[in-house]
Design a protein around this ligand. Structure first.
Ligand code: PMP
Ligand code: GLN
Length: 391
């Protein structure tokens, strides 16, 4: 057999391989495990959201939509940012519809990062940030979000140290996956302060803006003084309406930034989601009513109380789909073994860190029906029983 040519994949992507989400979802299938790994709900979105898309298919929204997104959706996004946050974006020049938030992140990084530029990420980071920085030929510098009592925080001095002469961009994610941290005013001020002093552009991933608990409020960094001019704010319908497969996202920014993102986006997917765009346009005004925040909060409480009851060291999130557990041992080994031992899949948060700070952290998704969470807890309880009978 002829020898395969040398590595086919470009050098800068070789460290990425298969995403942890794909690996763990496949493991869940082969081991017949309860999948608390990849973050997707196991119930459909609200009927009125689904009906809006079905009606759009029937009424002929099936060909390429306009490159920047259909006007009614851009108007709905603009209205959403104004109504909730007092942020004014012109629907024609400052709003871009993308193939999920993922494409908005990719287009923004590819548009702003020159080869050799540095990009500051908070770790743990969503995996696509690192991959897109690498695709752009950039280098990432990380600042650790550290555990602090019952929650998470970061050291502003460490953020300052992460910025160098070649730093152009800072990626922020609030509410944050996987920690569930909702950056508060003080934390946002620290980020804004660094961005302003070092003339950085901020890419702010806010896909979990509606999935927030305990009466907390989400504050977009673009609302802080002088920040709107240098911030690209990214959102997504997938999380808000429990339709993660629809892949309708968006970016909002002043025209000079948005046009750069739009230029790149044209050559990634060009357009997507023809029938989903009018559907999201129709329901975005009712986001607060339709987002599953209350149900998710109850699911968070069920999972966190259950894990704590089993003796796990669990850190309750303020938002998102995810709770973190300190398993006190190597997270990757723990997660690769758990499906075989107990039939439960979780994600080793360690893969979202460059440093060793996350080596013992495991992420459990609670965006699943209560009976599924209970089943997972029952399976984990067996492990605890087995452990104690062995002792
Ligand atoms: N950012 C974060 C922090 C996420 O967790 C996700 C997906 N769960 C995305 C972006 C991607 O969003 P979308 O599915 O809209 O591409
Ligand atoms: N964002 C989802 C998560 O964090 C997964 C999306 C994906 O598979 N890329 O679980």
């Amino acid at each position: 057999m002829a020898e395969l040519p040398g590595p086919v994949l470009v050098e800068r992507m070789r460290s990425f391989g298969t995403t942890i989400f794909a690996e763990m979802s496949a493991l869940a299938t082969t081991t017949n495990s309860v999948n608390l790994g990849q973050g997707f709900p196991d119930t459909d979105g609200p009927p009125e959201v689904l009906d809006a898309a079905a009606a759009a298919i029937r009424s002929g929204h099936n060909q390429y939509p306009p490159g920047p997104g259909i006007p009614p959706l851009r108007q709905a996004i603009s209205a959403h940012q104004l109504r909730r946050y007092g942020l004014e974006y012109d629907a024609d020049t400052d709003v871009l519809v993308t193939a999920g938030a993922t494409e908005a992140i990719a287009a923004a990084l590819l548009a702003l990062v020159e080869p050799g530029d540095e990009v500051v990420l908070f770790e743990p980071y969503y995996d696509s940030y690192a991959a897109c920085v690498a695709l752009a030929g950039g280098q990432r510098r990380t600042v650790t979000i550290e555990r602090s009592g019952d929650g998470w925080t970061f050291d502003p001095a460490a953020l300052e140290r992460a910025v160098g002469p070649r730093t152009r961009v800072l990626v922020l994610n609030t509410p944050h996956n996987p920690t569930g941290l909702v950056f508060d005013q003080e934390q946002l001020r620290a980020v804004a302060d660094v961005a302003l002093r070092h003339d950085l552009t901020v890419i702010s991933d806010e896909v979990y803006e509606h999935l927030i608990f305990d009466g907390r409020t989400h504050v977009p960094i673009a609302t802080l003084p002088q920040m709107k001019e240098r911030t690209i704010t990214i959102g997504s319908a997938g999380k808000t309406f429990s339709v993660t497969g629809w892949k309708v996202g968006w970016a909002c920014a002043p025209a000079h930034l948005l046009s750069a993102v739009r230029t790149v986006k044209q050559f990634l997917t060009y357009v997507n989601g023809a029938p989903f765009q009018p559907a999201v346009a129709e329901v975005l005004g009712a986001a607060e009513r339709l987002a599953p925040a209350a149900a998710l909060q109850a699911q968070r409480d069920l999972l966190c109380a259950g894990l704590a009851g089993l003796g796990y060291d669990v850190i309750r999130p303020q938002a998102t789909y995810f709770a973190t557990v300190d398993v006190g041992t190597d997270a990757m080994t723990f997660c690769r073994g758990l499906p075989h031992r107990l039939g439960v899949v979780a994600i080793p948060s360690s893969v979202f860190y460059d440093s060793a700070a996350g080596d013992h952290y495991v992420r459990f998704a609670f965006c699943k029906r209560p009976e599924v969470l209970t089943e997972a807890l029952d399976r984990l309880a067996q492990g605890k029983t087995r452990q104690s009978t062995h002792i």
